[in-house]
Ligand binder design. Sequence first.
Ligand code: MN
Length: 495
Amino acid sequence: MGVFAHTADIHLGFQKYEGLQLIEQRAFESMLDRCIEKKVDFILVAGDLFHTNIPEMRVQKYAFAAFRRVREAGIPVYAVYGSHDASPVHNSVIDLLEAAGYITKVSKGEEVGGAGAEAAAEAGGAEAAAEAGGAEAAAEAGGAGAEAGAGKIRLSFTTDPATGIKIAGIPGLKAGRDEAYYRMLDREALAAEPGLKIFMFHGGFSEIKTGRGHEGEFMPISMLPAGFDYYAGGHMHRHLQENHEGVPVVYPGTPFAGYHGDLEENAGGVSRGFVMVEFDGGKVLRITRDTDGPPVEYLTVRVDAQDRTAESVASELAEKVRKADPSDKVVLVRVGGELTVGRTADVDLNGAVDSLDSRGAKAVSLNRSSLTSKEYRITASQYTGTRREVERAVFSENVGEVRAARDELRGEKGIALAVGMLDILRQEQPDGENKEDYVTRVLADAAAAMLAAAGGGNGTEAAAGGGNGTEAAAGGGNGTEAAAGGGNGTEAAEE
Ligand SMILES: [Mn+2]
C-alpha cells in the first residue's frame, strides 16, 4: 500500500504582518515535515503554492529550503499553477523550483490538429511558443482555439517512477476561460490511458458549494474528463469533497490562510490542513485529512460601528481591548460600519493594535477599510463647472479632513499640490515613449512637485522623496501587470 499527500492554496507570501508570516511559514514547513515523516510516495500541489508569481526573497528562501528537504527525502512533488502563481511566460518561482529539480509541473500537453494549434503558438507570445508543449501556453490559446472550432488539447501524463501512478494536470486559468479549454480536451485519450490516474486542476465547479456565494462563475462538474481515479483540486480554500461518477473530487483547502476571509473562518473554528490518500492495487482506498499543523489560538475584537458616533465606537473598542487577554493569540480587530458623527481617524485603531501587541499577542490583524464615516466621507461635490473647477471644489471641501503634520499637505497649499499632482499623474503615455521611461518620468515629475511644495527641501528630504518614488514605481509595476493581464477584477472573487 502507498500514500500520497495532496495540498493546495498555500499562498506563501500572502500575510503582511510579521506574526502571521511566521505562522504561514510554520504551517507550510510542518506540513512538508509530516509528509517526510510519514514517508509519502509523492506530494501534489494543486495550485496557489505562492500568493504571487514572484514572492519576496524571504518567502523564496524558506520555500526552497523546505523543498530541498523533501527532495533529499526522495519525495517527488508534482504541481500545477494556480490562479495566483501563474505566469504566461513561465516567470514564476514555481519554474525556478522546477529548474532546481524540486518540483515537476504536470500541466503538459499539446494542441493537435486544425488552425487552433497555430493559434496556441501565437497567443502565448514568443516564450510560450518556445514551450508550446506546456498546457499553460495551450491554455492561453484555449479560448481562441475553441472559437476557431479546430484542434484538440492532448494532455500528456507524468508517471511517478516509484508508484507508476499517472498524473495529468491543467493550470488555473483566467475566469471564463476554463470551459472553453476543457471542451477542447481529448477526453477519449485521457480515458483510454491504463493505470491509476490522477487529474490535477485549479478551479471550481458549480455543483461544489463553497459557502462564499460565487458558484455561478464556475462550469458544471461534467466538464471533468472521465476515467480518472482521483481528482486533485485547488482553488477552494475550504476542505471540500464530492464524488463525480463515483470518483472523489477533493479540495484540501488552505493549510492556513490565503484570502482575507480565511482568518475569520479560522477564528470561527474552521480547521485547516491537507489530505493523505492511500492507494493499493491500482485503486484509491482511503482519503484522510491531516489537520495537525501548529495550533493557533484566535481572539476576535469586534465592534459594530454602523450608525454610531466615533466617540462611542472608540470607547467600546478601547474597553474591549483593555479587557482582552491577547497573549499568544492571533487577534483579529474588526471594526466595521459607517459612523454617523465623527471621523474614522477618531477611532484609534493603531492604538488598539499597539496595546494588543505590547501585551503579547502573537499577531494582530487589522482590517481598516470597512470603517467609514457618513459625516466625513469624501463626497462628490455638488459644484458644477469645468473639470478643473470641480476637482478644486472636491479638494477644498475635503482638505479639512487631512490630518497631516506637514503644512504643505493642508489648506490652500494642500489643495494646490493635489490639483498639480492630478495633472502630473494623468499624463498619457506618448506614442514614442516606452512604458518604463514613461513611469519613471511621471514619478520623477510627481516627486519634484512634492519637493517643490515642501519648499525645495534639503538633501535628506530629496533622498526620502527618491525612496518613495521607488516604492511608487513598484506599485506602478503592479498596475501595469494588472492592466496587461486583462485586469484583476476577478481576483476579489477568486480563492
Ligand atoms: Mn487560492
